[in-house]
Design a protein around this ligand. Structure first.
Ligand code: ADP
Ligand code: MG
Length: 464
């Protein structure tokens, strides 16, 4: 290498290193697809693995890089690009063993705005089917739907934050994805959309803390974010530090009127172990709830899904299914998909006879309802006790605790009366049962160990 070239290279390396300092991980990700070619006083020549990398680096890193070069050498450079899929010496080595840059490393949840001219497929964690056009609107979800459309900039008064709440399987996630799709498609190149579950927010936060990368984390969710969509916020229950972080994230975005959409399985005021100031923030925009859909809506959903799945279903069958599965849309959808699968495997048409036979099998399976004995058995397995311990007079701490837990679970799950429970637990007085249940209710609030036990037993019951 000539001396001139060596010097040029050194300038570039130093400029690149300084540029990298700002956000090393992102830099490495992108400069793993870029190679230094030459730097003369007038021109910096770079190779890019593909157009996508080039576009992205141009908009996001070049100004800084060029400024750095100017600072170090006094040169004002123009940048010239060569596309070269086969780089032999990329500027950065990407963390994960030189993964080639996909032509669309963009996800909605990444920090990078997409280049203006390009439509990039939606990211993995946004379901491509969860669009507004696939969402069936009925009285049960009208408000939530309209509010979601408005939050996506689709007209109507926009509320910030928008808080979507409702039971499981009723379409909250679907609506949030639909917002992401809409904003993404209409403002390509503009909006930086972050979609994530509260659980992922928590995990990323913890990781950032552990690796001293809070600056990066904050930049990602505060500065480099135009639309924040957080699913299942109830997950933050009791996580004090994450709540604190989220509170500041929320404020940072809200102060500059960046749209925030949060979903939850409860109303803000009913969220457990959630800081009051967060609850009041959540309730400060629009709280839109989703109820279980009425029959007509369920019928429309069945038709819609059948359409999407590409099979025919007549009206009688659609109505029958909608009547049979009332709990939530996810179940309805699940049932329909199972029927479709079975029909294609057996070659039978999805008609009334077929559906009735299939559903009766499914429903009778489901009616295996939980009994007091089932709960007692699960509790004993969990605590390594004999069932007879629960009905005995044994007052040892573990046994007594297990007994209380079992009583509590029976009350919660089976809605048995207190006297009935007293009888099932060795002929105890109903007031004994009442106080046991109350004890666990209180401990569940304050004691994470108790919650962990309860959750483990619930899992056991669910697996039965
Ligand atoms: P949640 O997040 O409220 O638990 P999801 O958004 O995951 O529920 O919805 C469960 C399933 O039901 C998804 O596949 C979704 O597409 C579907 N679904 C829910 N509501 C509707 C609706 N109104 N129209 C069409 N599909 C729906
Ligand atoms: Mg959901």
């Amino acid at each position: 290498m000539s001396e001139r070239k060596q010097r040029a290279r050194a300038v570039f390396d130093e400029a690149a290193a300084n540029t990298r300092d700002r956000s090393p991980a992102t830099f490495d990700q992108w400069f793993g697809g870029v190679q230094f070619d030459d730097l003369t006083e007038g021109v910096l020549t770079l190779r890019a693995q593909n157009e996508f990398v080039m576009d992205w680096v141009k908009t996001n890193f070049l100004p800084e890089l060029v400024a750095q070069i100017h600072e170090l050498s006094g040169w004002s450079v123009q940048v010239s690009w060569i596309l070269d899929p086969e780089l032999d010496e990329p500027v950065s080595v990407r963390g994960e063993a030189q993964r080639p840059v996909k032509p669309h490393p963009l996800t909605l949840s990444s920090s990078e705005p997409p280049p203006a001219s390009r439509r990039v497929p939606p990211p993995d964690d946004i379901n491509p089917r969860h669009t507004f056009s696939n969402f069936v609107v009925g009285p049960s979800n009208q408000l939530a739907h309209a509010a979601a459309v408005a939050a996506a900039g689709g007209g109507g008064r926009r509320y910030n934050p928008l808080f979507l709440c409702g039971g499981t399987g009723l379409g909250k996630t679907h609506l949030v994805h639909a917002i992401a799709h809409r904003v993404y498609n209409e403002r390509v190149g503009g909006a930086r959309i972050r979609y994530l579950s509260a659980e992922r927010f928590t995990n990323e936060f913890i990781t950032a803390l552990q690796h001293q990368r809070m600056d990066e984390f904050r930049a990602k969710y505060r500065d480099q974010c135009d639309l924040l969509l957080v699913d299942d916020i109830q997950f933050l229950a009791g996580r004090v530090q994450t709540q604190e972080e989220f509170f500041h994230t929320f404020n940072a975005l809200h102060n500059v009127d960046r749209q925030i959409v949060v979903t939850s399985d409860k109303y803000p005021q009913q969220l457990e172990r959630m800081e009051e100031r967060l609850v009041s923030r959540f309730a400060s925009g629009l709280v839109a709830d989703i109820q279980s859909p009425e029959l007509e809506t369920r019928v429309a959903i069945v038709r819609n899904k059948a359409d999407l799945e590409g099979f025919e279903i007549d009206d009688e069958v659609a109505v029958y299914l909608a009547q049979a599965v009332r709990s939530n849309v996810r179940e309805l959808e699940g049932t329909l998909i199972r029927l479709a699968a079975k029909s294609s495997l057996t070659g039978k048409k999805v008609d009334m006879t077929f559906v009735k036979t299939e559903l009766s099998a499914q429903l009778s399976h489901r009616t295996h309802t939980l009994s007091i004995e089932d709960i007692q058995r699960a509790v004993c397995q969990h605590f390594h006790l004999r069932t007879s311990d629960l009905t005995s007079k044994d007052r040892h701490k573990t046994v007594a605790f297990a007994r209380h837990v079992a009583m509590y679970l029976c009350k919660q799950r089976l809605k048995c009366s207190f006297p009935e429970l007293g009888r099932a637990f060795g002929g105890r007085d109903h007031t004994t049962v009442m106080s046991a249940v109350r004890k666990i209710v209180n401990q569940r609030e304050d004691n994470p160990d108790v919650r962990a036990h309860l959750e483990a037993i619930e899992r056991r019951l669910a697996a039965d």
